[in-house]
Ligand binder design. Sequence first.
Ligand code: GAL
Length: 422
Amino acid sequence: MKKITIIAVVLLLFFSPSFLFSEGAKEKKVENKLEIFSWWTAGGEAEGLEAMFDIYKSKYPDVEIINATVAGGAGANAKAVLATRMQGGNPPDSFQVHAGHELIDTWVVAGKMEPITFIFKDNGWMDVYPKGVIDIISYKGEIYSVPVNIHRSNVLWYNKRIFQESGLTPPKTLDEFFQVAEKLANMGITPLALGDKNTWTSTHLLESVLLATLGPEGYKGLWDGSTPWDGSAVRKALDNFVRMLKYVNTDHAALTWDAATQYVIDGKSAMNIMGDWAEGYFKAKGLTPGKEFGWLPSPGTQGSFMMLSDSFGLPKGAPHRENAIRWLTVCGSREGQDAFNPIKGSIPSRIDGDKSLYDEYLQSAMKDFSKNAIVPSVAHGAAASEGWLTKINDIMTVFVSERNIDKAVEQFSKAARESLGK
Ligand code: GAL
């Protein structure tokens, strides 16, 4: 009996490691995945993401990439899906998140992210990212995401043919905008395309008008309490915004940002105020910058660069942590950024991008980024917490339909007080 037991134990010891090993290997093989969560589904942004995936696949051909996208610009739907997943302990391996308040206030302070300073150090990146960029992705001395780009929010895009044929000049100031818009409207052309099916596009338009009306310092002061929301400058900005709404397409509430951009391509509207992912969209549709479409800083904002940055982080409990670290390494590399950004319509967040790969618009954006006053976008998570932004978006939904300035001022002021704790 004793002998049989000993033989059984020996047999078990002999076979079990290989048994465990082969199961483990099997499991590892099945599990060699990388799930990347984003809202990049429209023309330009989807292709840009694919370009980074291609680099990843060429380096790690055995890893299966799961492209977990949730459609809806600016994360209109994705952010809620992500929150549910994170709360349920089901994080993706890495997710798109705006650098600044969105990253820090929503995820880092809540203890949901791993610090990734080591990736920056291991790759020698501490000196190839501007200090200002490192600052907005850092918390208590640690870095928490890899920024893949810098986007500009305050851009006016216009259909060149419409302006040539009408003999009009694209507007540089708000006054010029209203003059040109009136003339276009009289010619039967919709001056400005808006697609606010998801409210963020109204907020996006408002931030440009706030910047134009308040100037860069006044605009920045809105987010630290030094510019009052119930002062005459904000009222003036809201008045400008309401005046602008007179010139938008009547079906704006049914369109998304990309459908509104398509209106400019199709000549259904003359202009659009949208971030430079619209440039990625124009190019994805086969257009050439400077040929069919032109650009200017949104009216009245010359000299200011309203910035935002898309980044990727490492959630705690990422199911395929090693693959995620490799992904972040691609995102932060020069090669990754120079493949992604020329397609995406953004400029690299690194200082050493290869300029020759960037078109005329993007080179002008690089130049402006280096000399303009830099201000943070609120519609895209850089200027204020997500909680505050949600309140602003809610106020905008009602404001666009009611156009009641007194009510909006009161609500904006309340939201600012609550968010700043003042
Ligand atoms: C922004 C994002 C851009 C672009 C845009 C439209 O929030 O930063 O990269 O994707 O939404 O989807």
